[in-house]
Design a protein around this ligand. Structure first.
Ligand SMILES: [Zn+2]
Ligand SMILES: [Zn+2]
Length: 98
């Protein structure tokens, strides 16, 4: 906790949906890494952006649900399962491939 939002968040004492601004703050915490090709890669969905600015805009889309928040999504029809780790995801895909 940064301790700087006391007083402002009085109404947040009740459990409720995150406000949009809180979601934006959360979204900006999404880790991004520098990819080998020099691009910046979103850890959540593996999208690559050319600049930090572009990545920030991309992260905000996660907050506004323009892009769902998960790392891996099965593209097979009628499946659409989501995974947060590549091992589980690859194992799952292999099942489809039989
Ligand atoms: Zn992303
Ligand atoms: Zn699947």
């Amino acid at each position: 906790m940064l301790g700087t939002i006391e007083g402002i968040g009085a109404e947040a004492s009740q459990k409720k949906e995150l406000s949009l601004s809180e979601e934006l703050t959360e979204a900006l915490k999404i880790p991004s890494v520098k990819a080998e090709n020099g691009m910046i890669e979103c850890e959540l969905c593996k999208k690559q952006c050319k600049s930090e600015e572009e990545m920030e805009i991309h992260k905000l889309k996660h907050a506004t649900r323009d892009i769902p928040v998960y790392k891996f999504r099965c593209e097979y029809a009628d499946c659409g399962q989501t995974f947060n780790n590549s091992m589980a995801f690859e194992g799952h895909i292999n099942k489809h491939k039989g």
